[in-house]
Design a protein around this ligand. Structure first.
Ligand code: ADP
Ligand code: MG
Length: 385
């Protein structure tokens, strides 16, 4: 598909978003700050974005009436998660600019297609095999073990993934995943993980945020650090070049985040991409002069993209539902204690139900230098307990 056509939408226009989670909420905040009106489509009446949007359509993503109504309300539509049916985007795209486009989202929805795209762009990924059926399973190369079996679709935060060491475990894992189409990836010795957010406009112009260093716990992003040298400059350049190639290869319009693994031998492989702002880019709200959500607004509206400038080193700590629990008792984390720290920026997404592993909010720490930010981050983590 060619770059999304359409005129520039100036403040005062209404921007639509499919999905009402925290990413949609922060998109809504950015859009409203710039004078746009917003419309969210999400079935949950308490959705984080729906609660703060001018309009909230409570319906399923493939509900014809709701999609038509969203098209009536909004002059351009984006998505905040990749598991929204690409078909919904395609339908909206018949009437309005849609960014990212349905074709790019369809690729990002499927790990097998995503890997094929990376390979087409000349960016190496972990050795892997697609497992769709018994034959594929039998044909798996022993060199892929130990590995991680991942469902091709609908996985997030480490869900839909099983580590397997032997062929027997592989079979059992595939059965446990109900024989869904999967990708088996070789388990790699990771030296570090990083990601980068790029934004690509309708005219193909691209800007990016600095490369982010990420720490995961139990498959869920825990900490992102962004400062000069958090990833060696030569590696960072390769990450940015690869991400630009991946975005260009999709003829992408919008915000795209690509995750990479740095391996112990110094090589770099791509992990996965998200056709939207990403948890690892949240620091940009306070740490850069243009956030990933403002970039999403700008790409959607067809506005110019100016290169974001990081004005503070930043550390982002994810706030998972576990923090709300201690010894089986629900509690309120010490927000006042955390907010007494200089450069602490609290984001809570307005979710009522603090389940373990659920992303409830995040805390970004900024400061004059890396050492100061690290000290504050450690103290914040201590106060959060
Ligand atoms: P999700 O879609 O849930 O984010 P990922 O594929 O990004 O799934 O995997 C989550 C995390 O699991 C990664 O960030 C990394 O820490 C670990 N992981 C995933 N694949 C591999 C691999 N092939 N080798 C080593 N670790 C991996
Ligand atoms: Mg991931």
């Amino acid at each position: 598909a060619a770059a999304t056509p359409g005129r520039v939408l100036l403040p005062g226009a209404t921007l639509g978003v499919l999905g009402g989670g925290q990413l949609g909420r922060m998109f809504v905040h950015a859009a409203q700050r710039m004078g746009y009106f917003t419309a969210v489509l999400d079935p949950d009446e308490h959705s984080p974005a729906g609660r703060v949007s001018h309009h909230h359509l409570r319906a399923d993503y493939l509900d014809d009436v709701a999609l038509a109504r969203l098209g009536d309300l909004a002059e351009a539509i984006t998505t905040e998660f990749e598991n929204v049916p690409a078909d919904a985007l395609a339908r909206l795209g018949e009437r309005h600019p849609v960014a990212p486009g349905a074709a790019a989202v369809a690729i990002a929805q499927d790990r097998a297609e995503e890997k094929a795209h990376f390979t087409r762009c000349g960016v190496p990924c972990a050795p892997n095999a697609v497992i769709d059926n018994e034959e594929d399973l039998a044909g798996v190369d022993d060199a892929l073990l130990p590995g991680i079996l991942k469902t091709a679709r609908l996985g997030y935060d480490g869900k839909g993934q099983v580590r397997v060491a032997t062929r027997d475990e592989l079979r059992a894992a595939w059965e446990a995943l109900k024989r869904a189409p999967c990708v088996l990836e070789k388990l790699l010795p990771l030296a570090f993980e990083c990601s980068v957010v790029v934004a690509r406009g309708r005219d193909g112009a691209m800007v990016h945020l600095p490369v982010q260093r990420n720490l995961h716990r139990a498959g869920i992003l825990a900490v992102t650090e962004v400062h000069e040298g958090c990833v060696a400059p030569a590696q960072a350049k390769r990450v940015i070049d690869a991400t630009r190639a991946i975005a260009k290869g999709l003829d992408y319009v919008g915000v795209l985040c690509v995750e990479f693994f740095g391996l112990e031998d110094g090589s770099l492989v791509v992990n996965e991409m998200a056709p939207r702002p990403h948890n690892s880019g949240h620091w940009s709200i306070e740490g850069a002069d243009v956030s990933q959500f403002e970039l999403q607004v700008r790409t959607l509206a067809g506005l110019p993209l100016t290169p974001p400038r990081q004005h503070s080193p930043a550390i982002m700590l994810n706030l998972l539902g576990d923090l709300w629990w201690r010894d089986g008792q629900e509690r309120t984390p010490d927000w006042a204690g955390v907010l007494a720290l200089p450069g602490a920026h609290l984001h809570l997404y307005g979710k009522a139900d603090a389940r373990p592993g659920r992303k409830m909010g995040h805390l970004t720490l900024t400061g004059p230098d890396v050492a100061a930010v690290r000290t504050t981050a450690l103290e914040a983590a201590r106060r959060l307990g």
